[in-house]
Design a protein around this ligand. Structure first.
Ligand SMILES: *Cc1c(COP(=O)(O)O)cnc(C)c1O
Length: 376
């Protein structure tokens, strides 16, 4: 009998997507090369229009990456030195880094245990006269509670930036995230649900004045060559990435659908006692990550690794205990729900091209591990 061997299973299989899309992508890249226009051009403009339509926002602007999208959003809202911005400590570093980058102070609040998004019931206590905005993160592709957050923002006259870097296409009560707050920020880093083959990002807004300001800010504060009305930055989208993204955008809904299908199979097959992603119709989940929670997280990760299955911890260290934020004077214990999640969470491989065979093997390996643990 032939020995069955399975190739190692990665967290995300970009190669498989490339194999599917190689020809249209090569055609698009050739068009860009022949156009002689490489930064801010036709492809970028088309992408902006299509993503704005997709998200349901009036305006979209391509930028260099998701981190810059956040920085541009903060700058456009005139947030800087002396201001405070409320956000979650359980996110990728860039969310809070952007706040610090513009000279403002990140103010963390704890998260909802079941969704990992910031807990609206903790916002009010964190508001001071210096609070200018909230950066809400739709972590792992799960929509945050925008209804509560919007109503608090109205009550206290705060601006809302949505960090939708992991959540393109996610709906909150039928509206896509990124078009709900004042500004939406997206990343097209290769491993994101809509990924370029390099760095890329985008901002969305429904407000023309914010759009006009960001249009200048991303290009040295200028909308007319060599006339600079603002201090801006160089954060433009290049045509090559825009062209690649145009091809991938066409497949986005199919890919998101596949992710949800993989997630559904995990949730159905894995045992009840594991904490699994929260799914609800009003707050959608598009599964940039599929995370489970368990005490024996590190042991399971080691077991998966032994069986050539990747897994990852997003994120092992909450932001309030990061060395770079020591000056904020937070300490361990300040945000127990985020800290508990950080010590127990494990992301399983999930990507549109995952086969049933691969997934069944992952599920079987996890089940065997859990059975073994139970017998101890
Ligand atoms: C990826 C990511 C970013 C940063 O995007 P880059 O394109 O890598 O700069 C910001 N916030 C979150 C939540 C992210 O996942």
């Amino acid at each position: 009998m032939k020995e069955e061997t399975m190739d190692p299973i990665p967290m995300v299989d970009l190669q498989a997507e490339l194999n599917l899309l190689r020809n249209p992508i090569l055609e698009m890249i050739t068009e860009v090369l022949d156009s002689g226009n490489y930064v801010l051009g036709k492809k970028g403009e088309t992408l902006e229009k299509l993503v704005a339509d997709y998200v349901g926002a009036k305006h979209a602007l391509g930028v260099a990456n998701g981190t810059d999208a956040l920085v541009l959003a903060l700058k456009a809202l005139d947030i800087g030195s002396g201001d405070e911005v409320i956000t979650t400590p359980f996110t990728f570093f860039a969310t809070a880094e952007a706040i610090a980058e513009v000279g403002a102070r990140p103010v963390f609040i704890d998260i909802e245990a079941d969704t990992y998004n910031l807990d609206p019931s903790k916002i009010e206590a964190a508001i001071t006269p210096k609070t200018k905005a909230i950066i809400v993160v739709h972590l792992y592709g799960k929509a945050a509670n925008m209804k509560e957050i919007l109503s608090l923002a109205r009550k206290y006259n705060l601006r809302i930036i949505e960090d939708a870097c992991q959540a393109i296409g996610t709906e909150f009560e039928g509206k896509r995230v990124g078009a709900i707050g004042d500004i939406g920020c997206f990343s097209f880093f290769p491993s994101k649900n809509l990924g370029a083959f390099g760095d890329a990002g985008l901002v969305t807004t429904n407000q023309k004045t914010l759009h006009d300001t960001m249009l200048k800010l991303r290009n040295h504060g200028s909308d007319k060559k060599y006339h600079h009305s603002l201090i801006g930055m160089n954060s433009r989208l290049d045509e090559m990435q825009a062209a690649i993204l145009l091809v991938k955008l066409y497949y986005l809904d199919i890919f998101l659908h596949k992710r949800k299908e993989v997630a559904r199979r995990y949730t159905e097959s894995l045992p009840e006692f594991l904490r699994k992603p929260n799914v609800s119709s009003s707050r959608e989940h598009t599964f940039h990550q599929y995370c489970i929670e368990l005490d024996e997280r590190d042991k399971l990760a080691a077991e998966l690794d032994k069986n050539h299955i990747a897994s990852a911890v997003y994120y092992p260290k909450p932001l309030h205990v990061q060395e770079a934020f020591r000056y904020l004077n937070y300490k361990k214990g300040d945000f127990p729900i985020a800290e508990r999640a950080a010590s127990r969470i494990l992301a399983l491989p999930i990507y549109p091209m995952m086969t049933y065979e691969q997934q069944d093997y992952i599920i079987l390996t996890i089940k065997k591990f859990l059975e073994g643990e139970k017998d101890k």
